[in-house]
Design a protein around this ligand. Sequence first.
Ligand SMILES: [Zn+2]
Ligand SMILES: [Zn+2]
Length: 682
Amino acid sequence: MSNNEVTKWVITSAWPYVNAIPHLGNMIGSVLSADVFARFCRLKGDEVVFVSGSDSHGTPVAVAAKQQNVPTKDLAIKNHTIIKDLFEKWQISYDNYTITHNPTHIDFVQNFYLDVQKNGYVFEKELEMLYCENDNFFLPDRFVEGICPHCGDENARGDQCDQCQKLLTPLELKKPRCAICDNTPILRKTKHWYLDLPKLQDRLKGLINQNEIIPQNARKMCLNSIAEGIPERAITRDLEWGIPAPFEGADKKSIYVWFEAVLGYVSAVKEWADNIVKDEKKYDYFWKDSNTKTVFFIGKDNIIFHLIVFPGLLLAFNEDKSDSEKLTLPYNVSSTEWLMYENDKFSKSRGIGIWIDEALELAPLDYWRFTLIYNRPETSDTSFLWSEFENNIKTLNDNIGNFIHRTLTFIDKQFNGIIPKKLEYDDTDKKFIEVINNIKFEIGDSISSFKLRKAIRDIVNFGKEGNVYLNNKAPWHLIKKNKSEAGHVFNVCAQAVYAFGILLSPFIPETAEKILTYLNVPLSQNLKWDSINENSVKEGQKIKRPEPLFEKLDISEIKNKLQEIKGNKDKLGGKKLVSYEEFKKLDIRVALIESVEKVPKADKLYKLSISLGEEKKTLVAGLAEHYKADELIGKKIVILVNLEPRKLRGILSEGMLLAAVDGDIVSVISPDKDIPTGAKIE
Ligand SMILES: [Zn+2]
Ligand SMILES: [Zn+2]
């Protein structure tokens, strides 16, 4: 792509689920990468609208709201506000970060699907679905777990196997179980509305084949999936919390979250046009122009959805539209592999990883932005390593920070803060000047082809060349015999400092702003990527007194702080304080385990017969992977007696055994003195 071309972009990042704060892996996987790209395109003078939002429907947030006894909508909006605020703190330059629970989106989705139905791509089907008799509802895909039919992974979910990335339907799972209560669900009849993707199969294949831009791995994945046959997919669910399905006879059904959040890419631009820039035409201007380039920053698990299902929906919608009414088809996806944390998977429950709210308390924002892009998992999984974090910031400081600081301090001290005059170039100058003049093309080409990691590493290399130039010229010697020659060197270096100010601004905007402020470049002026050249900074310009741009990281201190933050969270656990009266309602007692049996077809569960003195009770407890039966028989334990009885695998469990849990360690709590069974815990 030429660097002079003006393009219209719709830039998007994946929609984070409203029930969880994103972690560093989510950040680099889509949000931060998209931001770098959007900032770059704006600097190039392209027209950009950059959108995303919180995916607010679906079951997990509804379940959480039920637990907290608040309306689902309130909880969704509260969480959305927290996530939105965090993205602002991360300086993600969205033009609209919205939420799927908003009138523009709901309206858009309902009308969209009525059109898709009118065009003949929706059909109804009666089918049997998994229903949990214990929880009394049809299990949404993500609430069924079982064995993946493709790779045998035991923890595949009903919508997808995280191990082999294959999309699944719940009925394909072997040994399905309810993710909430672990019971085996039953089949029950219901009616759903389906998207006829098979009908679009050939056209989708054509689209993939025609698209020369998409990455090879994505192309391969899509063509494989098409060759296996794209399944018809149900677009409705038996769920209350969601966008009501607009089809006749579909009362009490909602549109499946996957099938509506993806349309948020379109509706968020509509909402932006209507409510933010207040120019309705802007929506058509971006989405209904086939020259607009739409790009989706996503994790690798989302490729099929964005390159097959989403374009399939657009084709179905577009079928009866005139050319000026058609929504434009995807231009590209930029997908990443996974970011791990110290070679382990991010896990909230095990406390492994760093979440984006925590990161902000640990180190300056730009350090995170830099290190995440520097190690962006572009072609293979990468790991966030503390040692690498330290090294990366050292690299940034040694190569760029020091060069800029040496240049600006020298000009400040030796030239009264005035950019000195340039003389004739010698060969050493010419070599470095050529680098300065070319750097915008080199870095621009990398970003344009979504190689952000290469781009930032080449900017660091540019810093290395700056230091080489400075050392070769040794202006600190020159100044003793010929001040104007030393001044000349710093004029050249000031051009490079300006280049850094522009080049770094998509990546680490706060630092870039500081650099340009030291150079006294008015930031209100529309800065342009193409303004980088050998004469960007004028002789005679007064600069400001600089401060060092970066500090060395004290990793052990940061790690301690992280522990502290996580510790505080564990103490509160996000839970409210309980009053003494509430606590007194709990009947907790010492009990004796009299017998232990395995529960058939449940690997984790034991059925325990316990005695509270005169009274006997049955408990079902998930201890089978942690204790042998004879380790438990005769043991005195602590149980919550007056918990509402609950059926697990057909067995009524009349209370709950108390145990300490930390990751994989489970330890049953016992009194440390001999005390009669039935004794009260107070
Ligand atoms: Zn699998
Ligand atoms: Zn259940």
